[in-house]
Design a protein around this ligand. Structure first.
Ligand code: 9MR
Length: 379
């Protein structure tokens, strides 16, 4: 018997209302459009697809046990990315101790449910997020470092090829304080060429996948040096002929609150994005969420500011036809990494994602839907 994926089956059955009905989700407290199970409900991945975009989320392997969360992911998302399971510290915590179990579990879930998958990340070029054994490694020659990159990237990107259609080949190589490259065991042995080399190795292992440089420079105040450093790195990669397709703009707003997205900051940010697309690169919004550490505790007020910022930020970013991906960094507040980062003084739960901790859609979800509906078509 032919085995259809759930997504294929829903398409055959005829569209979004059926998708919502099959998802069997209890209604949320937002406008009818955002309420799963109503005729007006259209999944975000369908709204995105209609404009030539992909919509999805990050997920950890542990969250595969949260069935209500899985309903939301299946219903809303077309793409999954592993929050931590495809990082080097997970896959190779000790030399020769390969651990693909969590990454495979997430890839299996994506495949079984008709979702695409992005890979995050082949090399996180930041010593804090490399395992100790690797930070302590001194490659004797550039050739030794190259051999490691060939073997690690070849094994990881090769394992998921062609299923993973896009990789963050390198994550966070630029030091925001100086704009220079961070030092890693690879740059110590190879110099800046280590970054280029990772792109070439990824292309060889996963020739069909698009490759991005991913980083957290943003519109926030104080990010000017970071943005300049990233532009310099992109220019270098391109002039060296590295196979880079896109800049991954993580889209966390960590320190500036959503109501600090001023016209002046937007102008500076737009100038940066203009330069990136001017280099011929696509834009992927890879880790979208909104931090509310410094907003007052009132839920209605926080949700309103977060939704309004979401709409404004996405309107700007989706106005670029080069923006091809929109991935949320988690879809339910209680699972967000931000609950542990810059904790709120009043200790109330943060509201950084599209659904609250009772799995109900929030105004932020409607803001994403509205921005996708308003976005211009792209190829
Ligand atoms: O959300 C991730 C968190 O669970 C991990 O502890 C942390 C360290 O691996 O990484 C977080 O994700 C980061 C992503 O990989 C890169 N951009 C910043 C994200 C938030 O810190």
């Amino acid at each position: 018997m032919t085995r259809f994926t759930r997504r294929q089956a829903l398409t055959l059955l005829g569209g979004s209302a059926v998708a919502a009905a099959c998802a069997g989700q209890t209604p949320g407290p937002v406008s009818p459009e955002g309420v799963a199970g109503t005729d007006a409900f259209v999944p975000l991945h369908e709204l995105a697809q209609a404009k030539g975009l992909r919509f999805g989320t990050a997920m950890s392997a542990g969250q595969l046990d949260d069935l209500r969360y899985l309903e939301i992911v299946r219903r809303e998302c077309g793409v999954l990315v592993a929050e931590n399971a495809h990082k080097l510290y997970t896959i190779l915590p000790q030399p020769d101790a390969w651990n693909f179990a969590p990454g495979d579990a997430l890839a299996d879930f994506a495949q079984d449910n008709g979702l695409g998958m992005r890979g995050h990340t082949l090399i996180w070029s930041h010593p804090r997020w490399l395992p100790d054994w690797l930070n302590e490694t001194e490659f004797a020659t550039a050739g030794e470092a190259e051999a490691f990159l060939d073997s690690y990237i070849g094994r990881v990107a090769g394992r998921y090829s062609p299923f993973i259609y896009s990789w963050d080949a390198i994550n966070e190589a630029v030091d925001p304080a100086t704009g220079e490259l961070r030092e890693t065991p690879f740059t110590r042995a190879m110099g800046p060429e280590a970054i280029d080399y990772a792109f070439f190795a990824a292309k060889e292992a996963a020739p069909g996948a698009t490759l991005a440089y991913n980083d957290y420079m943003s519109w926030e105040g104080g990010h000017e040096t970071h943005r300049t450093g990233v532009l310099r790195l992109l220019e270098r990669l391109i002039s060296n002929g590295a196979p880079i397709d896109a800049l991954g703009i993580q889209s966390h707003s960590n320190e500036d609150m959503p109501n600090e997205y001023t016209p002046e900051k937007q102008r500076a940010w737009r100038a940066f994005v203009d330069e990136v697309v001017g280099m011929g690169l696509d834009i992927y919004l890879t880790e979208f969420d909104v931090n509310d550490t410094d907003l007052g505790p009132d839920i209605e007020m926080r949700d309103r500011l977060i939704a309004s910022y979401t709409r404004d930020y996405l309107d700007l970013m989706l106005s670029y036809p080069q923006t091809k991906e929109l991935l949320a960094w988690g879809m339910v507040d209680k699972h967000s990494w931000l609950q542990g980062f810059m904790p709120r003084e009043d200790d109330v739960e943060k509201r950084p994602t599209l659904y609250d901790s009772n799995y109900q859609a929030k105004p932020m979800r409607e803001a994403v839907a509205a921005a996708l509906r308003a976005a211009p078509d792209r190829a």
